[in-house]
Design a protein around this ligand. Sequence first.
Ligand SMILES: [Fe+2]
Ligand SMILES: [Fe+2]
Length: 333
Amino acid sequence: MTTSEATASEATAPDAGTPDVEQLQRHFDATIERDQRIEPRDWMPEGYRKTLVRQIAQHAHSEIIGMQPEGNWLTRAPSLRRKAILLAKVQDEAGHGLYLYSATETLGADRADLTGKLISSRQKYSSIFNYPTLNFADIGVIGWLVDGAAIVNQVPLCRSSYGPYARAMIRICKEESFHQRQGYELLMTMMRGTDEQQRMVQDATDRWWWPSLMMFGPPDGDSPNTQQSMAWGIKRHTNDELRQKFIDMTVPQADALGVSLPDAGLAWNDERGHYDFSEPDWTEFKRVLAGSGPCNAQRLERRRAAHEDGQWVRDAAAAHAAKQAERQTGAAA
Ligand SMILES: [Fe+2]
Ligand SMILES: [Fe+2]
């Protein structure tokens, strides 16, 4: 075979030689089209990789920052049982953060770099965690509404086109389901209690309802990345579709609990087959996201301090790894 013949056959064989970008793009598009997974070693467009790193990092940061509002009540839980449940939940959230940082590493991101971006406010986390937890009813309402909204957001991500993210979400969703139930069970218990306990549940519901609806992100018309993310199979439903699903699911739960939801416009619409609801205050959402929520400064300050306090652990791990490597080189010589 002559050199020119070899070149010609390589150009037509799909896996011989170095395929050009167009060929790789076609292969990527076909994989998405067939609803199969993209894996870390596969070629992917740079925009796809960057979008995933940004989304997964933001998700990981939310899990880690989300430990703070609930961690606040660990030492003041009303019973040993409630303390054990809350401790298990907060630990789960740490685990979720770690899986997700690992998923970003399969895309070439560096965990230390992502943490640096979080604590210097160059990357965001969910706006919901910038609201304060004022009493133990908030723990129940967070489980019910915040973890409930997280489930609606995250179940479709189990079918995300990026393999490591989709697989991480399967386990995360199972744990989120426990979080939602423990919250609802706590609220059920409080609603069977004194008038004061019932008032606490209603007050916490009133405070967390709107921020929970904001967890689905801005309205579709104001969410420029949604379409591309859906075309890539990263996202499966729009923000407004997910918000509606959450509301339809939650209204009967509020009825069963015996609390009212703080929206006079909330009503069943027979024609649409969904609940109608009022528009959340998007100005507040933007303000909180931009850093001016009630607890933004405190959350970041705590995260920064925890990172600095952990410096000795990272130093010790690095020294240990260096010693191991040295020993291995010594043994090989
Ligand atoms: Fe979580
Ligand atoms: Fe959770």
